[in-house]
Ligand binder design. Structure first.
Ligand code: NAD
Length: 520
């Protein structure tokens, strides 16, 4: 008998609902059902398909409070964050890409440089069946955008939400089921990682995986068996550089939201803060003061996931033997539902910065913890920011906007935000994705749209061009070779004099070649 998964309220630990897991043995059949439905969906004109996105938008608006309450209940984030960070970005994405998708899927001409009698263009067509596997931290906005892109492009989707937030996954399915999509086009797989693994191993055409680095590596290894392409959106240890001229009030408010919204459970959370040594103490005391004013329940949600609590506990335990200093927080609440928001830094006047050797500074925490260290020069700040196996998002805060941007341009990350923090996953029109162990591929934006389509290059003779055999076809002759050597010089020499000198030779060999081939 297969164990059901439990939808829980992380604030109380109470079980909200028992949900049956999708049998592993049935997953291949779900993929095939989706594939069958996709065949006719791909033939529906894209403007019609796009209407489903707008219908989904309407359904969300009509049920906004219910959806926000469910996200709050099952994920534990404040309702405010459910509306602002999960739901509104989805409404925006649906609005923008219902309009943009037809343009993005229209044929695109490629101007020809040499072959003026030929035409080339790109044709975009759906990939087929796309698997979307998602985490629990933004359980609505992360998968929703990926599902919407895949569907409007003419694909079928098999979606596996996190086992930690299955009811939110089912809500996404309900929204699309009420949007006018054909039956069977969107399938859902419910349950643990074994179901995700079975989905990746099945005959799908692409996987969008968002989750931890460890699982991402497993997904990629398994996808390699069938050469299934993957987009991997993985973890981060995102740095914020606070430049010496930064406005401290602005910088600390940015760090506060960037580090502690969603209870720090965001791949794009500010986890490392690099502050110029001249302002470190003021920065830390101001941040501490602002942190103390945040209210649990209203501003800060609970820790969503039991396993995650073990990570905080382990990382914090290491600090006691490392000389690093816990400025505030560092404990679980009595009922262990939340971790006090925590700032860690180096002990005063400690020049070898012990914090920088700890896990809490180097490994993803994914919780309400920021690790603050110092730097002396801008070069050192950049080097420290880049000294990480992750490369998802970074931010730079400073009054001299040109300097801040110059620093941003040297950070190894998929996104660098200047004088703002974290929020760009919420923007439909900007690309989201990382480098290094944060993964690869992009979601959102026109670049992300390209990930859900195949590209076919069509190359054709222009209607007015006579059909003659190309000069590089068989048989190869001496005149032909000479002609191409002169051709190379005429076309690619830098000097116009050299080009002109070669032109008569080219023409002579050209005529000789035509005669030899009896084309003249
Ligand atoms: P996770 O890797 O444990 O699980 C993610 C999903 O993968 C879940 O649905 C899970 O059931 C499934 N899964 C587990 N094992 C699998 C397997 N072998 N094959 C296929 N699927 C499998 O991650 P999580 O705890 O849900 O999420 C937290 C992680 O996600 C953090 O590291 C965070 O940084 C990352 N994340 C990244 C982004 C991004 O955009 N880069 C966004 C959100 C979260």
């Amino acid at each position: 008998m297969m164990e059901p998964i439990l939808s829980r309220n992380p604030a109380t630990g109470a079980t909200l609902k028992q949900i049956d897991q999708t049998p592993v043995a049935g997953i291949a059949a779900l993929v095939e059902t989706a594939r069958y439905a996709q065949k006719s969906w791909a033939k529906v004109p894209i403007r019609e398909r796009a209407k489903c996105l707008l219908n989904a938008r309407e359904y969300i608006l009509n049920n906004l409070d219910d959806i926000a309450d469910l996200i709050h209940l099952e994920n534990g984030k404040p309702k405010f964050e459910a509306i602002v960070n999960d739901i509104i970005p989805v409404l925006d994405l649906l609005s923008q890409y219902a309009k943009k998708a037809p343009k993005l899927m229209a044929d695109k001409r490629i101007p020809m440089k040499l072959m003026l009698h030929r035409a080339s263009y790109l044709q975009f067509w759906p990939k087929g069946v796309i698997a979307i596997i998602s985490p629990w931290n933004y359980p609505f906005s992360i998968p929703f955008g990926e599902v919407a892109f895949a569907l409007v492009a003419g694909n079928a989707v098999v979606f596996k939400p996190s086992e930690v937030t299955p009811q939110i996954g089912l809500k996404i399915k309900e929204i699309f089921d009420n949007s006018g999509l054909p039956k069977d086009l969107l399938q859902i797989v419910l349950g643990d990682g074994a179901r995700g693994a079975a989905l990746v191993a099945s005959k799908i055409d692409k996987v969008f995986f968002t989750g931890s680095v460890l699982t991402g590596k497993r997904v990629m290894a398994s996808a390699a068996e069938n050469l299934t392409p993957v987009v991997l959106e993985l973890g981060g240890k995102d740095p914020m550089i606070v430049l010496p001229d930064a406005d401290l009030d602005y910088a600390t408010s940015a760090a506060l939201w960037g580090g502690f919204s969603n209870s720090g459970q965001a791949c794009a959370s500010v986890e490392r803060i690099l502050v110029h040594e001249s302002i470190h103490d003021d920065f830390v005391s101001k941040l501490k003061e602002k942190l103390a004013a945040l209210k649990h329940g209203q501003d800060l949600g609970v820790a969503t996931y039991e396993k995650q609590k073990a990570t905080y506990a382990e990382q914090l335990a290491e600090l006691s033997s490392s000389n690093a200093q816990i400025v505030c927080g560092g404990h679980f609440s009595k009922d262990r539902t939340y971790l006090e928001p925590t700032i860690v830094t180096n002990p005063k006047n400690h020049t070898d910065r012990p914090l920088e050797r700890t896990k809490i500074y180097n490994d993803e925490t994914f919780g309400p913890v920021v690790a603050v260290t110092t730097y002396k020069t801008i070069e050192e700040a950049i080097e420290k920011a880049n000294h990480s196996r992750y490369g998802l998002l970074a931010s730079v805060i400073g009054r001299d906007a040109a300097l801040a941007e110059q620093v941003a341009r040297q950070i190894e990350a998929g996104t660098v935000v200047v004088n703002d923090v974290m929020y760009t996953h919420g923007l439909a029109e900007t690309p989201w994705g990382g480098i290094k162990e944060s993964g690869f591929g992009r979601v959102h934006s026109d670049l992300g749209f390209l990930e859900v389509v195949n590209v076919r290059h069509i190359h054709k003779a222009k209607w007015w061009a006579p059909l003659f055999k190309a000069f590089w076809w068989f048989p190869y002759t001496e005149h032909q070779m000479k002609m191409f050597r002169h051709f190379a010089n005429v076309m690619f020499r830098r000097s116009w004099f050299d080009k002109a000198r070669e032109l008569p030779n080219l023409l002579t060999e050209f005529v000789e070649m035509l005669k030899k081939e009896k084309r003249l």
